[in-house]
Unconditional design. Structure first.
Length: 214
């Protein structure tokens, strides 16, 4: 199921501020490495992340799911002066590409990479409500746990952004019942019913939810 008409998606992409050479080269290298991959966020979503971090005023950001580093570059570019991004992933292979591009983008000193299952990394963070911004884009079955670990760690007014919340439309297909489908429906319903937060779901690419802690 197309979330948005493909011609309109192309139009949207063409009308975001253009990617620079670093991001363009990263897309090209990633597609050489993993032909046909859909794991990397799109450029308009990346611009959206940069703009959200700039608008929110972010000193501490957390990313769950780095892959080759596209979204981490977009988030790190929007951080406030002296801000940090804690980037969580399990893959040495993919994140070695990310590290090279962080270096090239001049962002290495803003990003702390944690190579471990993200639920462990998140659980080990203090619950002092210091996180201003979080982006979840990793294994879909982990989303409910990542959300629950993040909410108590967010500052009031802090923003959690979740990617792929529509799963190509499978959320409204009752026959779609794999573990990832069920986990995404679960986290979507949890967020809607959660009085600690206010939320809105947007039809950007594969669906993006914005969750603001009250
Ligand atoms: C969809 S990709 C992330 C794409 C990335 N946001 C980008 O813009 O390129 C998902 C990533 O989640 C990572 N991942 C999978 N399971 C994980 C886990 N349990 N903890 C942390 N990261 C995990 C994978 O290694 C992969 O790099």
């Amino acid at each position: 199921m197309d979330i948005v008409n493909p011609a309109l998606e192309d139009y949207l992409l063409a009308h975001a501020s253009p990617a620079d050479d670093v991001l363009r080269d990263l897309v090209e290298e990633t597609h050489q490495l993993v032909p046909g991959t859909t794991m990397q966020i799109s450029h308009d979503e990346g611009e959206f992340l940069t703009m959200l971090t700039q608008l929110t005023g972010v000193s501490l950001a957390v990313e769950v799911g780095v892959f080759t580093g596209y979204s981490s570059i977009c988030i790190a570019r929007g951080l406030s002066e002296g801000g940090r991004l804690l980037a969580c992933d399990v893959s040495e292979e993919w994140t070695s590409v990310a590290r090279r591009y962080w270096e090239r983008a001049g962002l290495t000193d803003r990003i702390d990479l944690r190579l471990a299952p993200a639920d462990e990394t998140l659980r080990a963070l203090p619950t002092d409500q210091a996180v201003d911004f979080a982006f979840i884009d990793a294994d879909k079955t982990g989303y409910p746990a990542y959300y629950e670990e993040l909410v108590p760690r967010m500052r009031r007014g802090g923003l959690i952004v979740l990617d792929n919340v529509l799963r190509g439309g499978r959320v409204v297909d009752p026959s779609a019942q794999d573990a990832a489908d069920r986990a995404i429906r679960q986290v979507n319903d949890t967020i809607t019913a959660d009085s600690r937060v206010q939320s809105v779901m947007l039809p950007l690419r594969d669906g993006v939810t914005l969750v603001r802690k009250r």
